[in-house]
Design a binder for this molecule. Structure first.
Ligand code: SF4
Length: 329
């Protein structure tokens, strides 16, 4: 029997009311996350990919209850998180941590590295004595490649890559099970990106971690994800094992994203099927009827206008497209 999922997400909605000018006009609803369902298995890396504005960051924050959810279910090891009171959620915070996109902006500039990494220990393990806390901080610094002598330095004294190492140490020092990495390398130079990704992979192996790794392009997640979930306008378009997704994307939007990934082999690059033309994203406040991707999709037909595609299984993969078989042929 396969191991139960660490995280189960079902029909998750995160909606925001948006006021319109004019006294009597009712607010519009921004559906930042719209009926999203997926599982994360213990020890796996689920890559979450989509263009800016597709709901990735909102989803990340909603999973950790950093923002309220509108409807749906998020279960961590079977415990429903969406209905827990703040006090009951607190002990679970140790199990789920987040690594943020902009390392320097996410670290308090008035605190030393030692204080920054120790802060979650103080908040979540208040009974831990000072000496043990110091030991944990130093051990964590060493594991992420920082020197003990840097413990009293301030964030502005570090490069972007080193600052992200501090952010990683801060997230992992409480020994979480699940880490949501919200675009942790998009602000970094290319050479530093791969160092940080390799560090995250080493730490996963060492600590048995599970990651949700968010990125806006498929090239970044290719090196770290076991499975990939593609989001578009807050909806899941495709969830597939990494190798299958790169070899044969079934959703036209996945094909569009993949067309931006450089291929080193010129023959393969020539063989790559023409991707749909890039056009502007629709307004999230006025999504098209039926399939949200239809205004950019070369396969769109009357059914796509009338009927929203549901996520369905095709050869062990999950795709939300009426014509996925034709798109992947
Ligand atoms: S459902 Fe229709 S519009 Fe949407 S991706 Fe599939 S073919 Fe394109």
């Amino acid at each position: 029997m396969s191991e139960p999922a660490l995280l189960e997400v079902r029909d998750l909605d995160v909606h925001f009311p948006v006021r319109r000018p004019g006294l009597l006009r009712s607010p519009l609803t921004l559906r930042a996350v719209d009926q999203v369902s997926f599982d994360v298995r213990p020890g796996e890396v689920l890559g979450v990919v989509g263009e800016s504005g597709c709901g990735k960051s909102t989803l990340s924050r909603a999973l950790l209850r950093l923002i309220p959810v509108t409807a749906g279910s998020v279960r961590l090891r079977g415990v429903e998180l969406t209905t827990l009171e703040k006090a009951a959620l607190r002990p679970l915070r140790r199990s789920m941590q987040m690594i943020f996109q902009d390392p320097l902006a996410s670290l308090d500039p008035r605190m030393t590295v030692g204080e920054i990494i120790a802060e979650p220990l103080k908040a979540l393990l208040p009974r831990m004595d000072r000496a043990e806390r110091q030991q944990r901080v130093l051990r964590m610094m060493q594991q992420v490649g920082l020197l003990p002598a840097q413990i009293n330095r301030y964030p502005h004294e570090f490069s972007g890559g080193q600052a992200q190492r501090i952010g990683i140490a801060r997230a992992l020092v409480v020994a979480p099970e699940l880490v949501v990495c919200d675009e942790p390398v998009s602000a970094l130079d290319v050479s530093i990106k791969s160092q940080v990704i390799n560090l995250l992979l080493d730490l996963r192996a060492e600590h048995g971690l599970t990651y949700i790794f968010v990125a806006h392009d498929l090239a970044t997640v290719r090196h770290i994800a076991d499975r990939v979930m593609v989001l578009y306008m807050g909806r899941v378009m495709e969830i597939t094992d990494r190798d299958a997704l790169y070899a044969r994307p079934l959703h036209p939007y996945t094909r569009l994203l993949l067309s931006a990934v450089p291929i080193p082999d010129p023959t393969l690059a020539r063989q790559r099927r023409a991707a749909p033309a890039r056009e502007e994203l629709p307004s999230p406040l006025a999504l098209p009827s039926g399939c949200a991707f239809r205004t950019r999709c070369p396969l769109a037909d009357a059914r796509c206008v009338a009927e929203r595609p549901i996520l369905r299984e095709i050869d062990g993969r999950y795709v939300a497209c009426h014509h996925a078989e034709a798109a992947g042929a």
